[in-house]
Design a protein around this ligand. Structure first.
Ligand code: CIR
Length: 259
């Protein structure tokens, strides 16, 4: 899992972030606040032992900071995705350029759609969310890529959440933090499940970092306490402005081990 990884690829916040996609209309987004919070996220990754590489912001793509949706790294292969939302499809090119220096590239082609936020690599298996953003054809293309790597692919139906990793988060070896009643949990059998507090439904995001700590969003104190009691070395971080655009901690970086 990510503890063996050593590079985190991130993307800067554009001024156009104020036009980022979001399910619910809320107060106007603030790009400066998002940038400060993103900076803190980068510092935390660096303190956790990652070399952080930053791709410049793209003003034509308000959601570009959510870089994890554009590509996933599976061993020696980087899969360049094809977003389920057309306005995000142009985000991939510079990410592909950076990853192609290190990995062999596979690309999801039409009519397939796949967002990186729907793909989770746990131990010897890959889990993919069938969601509003990732369709059956995208999953079939990913299955062909996983077959090259001899990795079983498990499909998880996402009922209530943008992406699989909006509601199922890898927080440690074979352990996931799940938003209750958000996915078909049958698909997760064999994994240890901890649940997000009901009072914080869809608020908590978490990301394990290389030094063994667990980054957790600051807006979820009850879930954070539960995780601390379960033995996790939690480190809260405020990314509320990025969450206001439906992002979480996993979608802000592509973490990989240098080949
Ligand atoms: C979107 O709707 O695509 C962005 N505003 C948020 C993407 C968040 N990505 C993720 O959870 N993997």
């Amino acid at each position: 899992m990510s503890r063996e990884a050593d590079t985190a690829l991130v993307r800067a916040v554009p001024d156009s972030f104020i036009d980022a996609l979001r399910a619910d209309v809320g107060p106007t987004l603030n790009a400066d606040v998002a940038r400060q919070q993103h900076d803190a996220y980068v510092v935390l990754l660096q303190s956790g032992g990652y070399a952080v590489e930053t791709i410049a912001a793209d003003e034509d793509h308000p959601d570009c900071v959510f870089i994890a949706d554009t590509a996933i790294v599976l061993g020696p292969i980087a899969v360049v995705t094809r977003s389920g939302v057309p306005s995000r499809r142009g985000e991939s090119n510079p990410v592909r350029d950076v990853l192609s220096e290190r990995f062999s590239i596979q690309t999801i082609k039409p009519p397939g759609t796949l967002d990186g936020g729907d793909v989770m690599h746990i131990g010897g298996s890959v889990y993919v969310g069938h969601s509003r953003r990732t369709n059956r054809n995208g999953i079939e293309q990913l299955a062909e890529i996983c077959a090259i790597l001899d990795l079983p692919l498990i499909t998880v139906d996402v009922h209530d959440g943008l992406h699989l990793k909006s509601v199922v988060l890898l927080i440690g070896d074979e352990t996931v933090l799940v938003t209750p009643n958000s996915v078909d949990e049958e698909a997760l059998k064999g994994l240890r499940i901890l649940y997000e507090a009901d009072s914080e439904r869809h608020r908590c995001s978490a990301l394990p970092i290389r030094d063994g700590r667990l980054m957790v969003t600051a807006n979820a104190p009850a879930t954070t306490d539960m995780l601390a009691e379960a033995g996790y070395a939690v480190v809260p971080i405020d990314v509320s402005e990025l969450q206001a655009a439906d992002g979480g901690l996993t979608c802000l970086s592509i973490i990989f081990r240098e080949p």
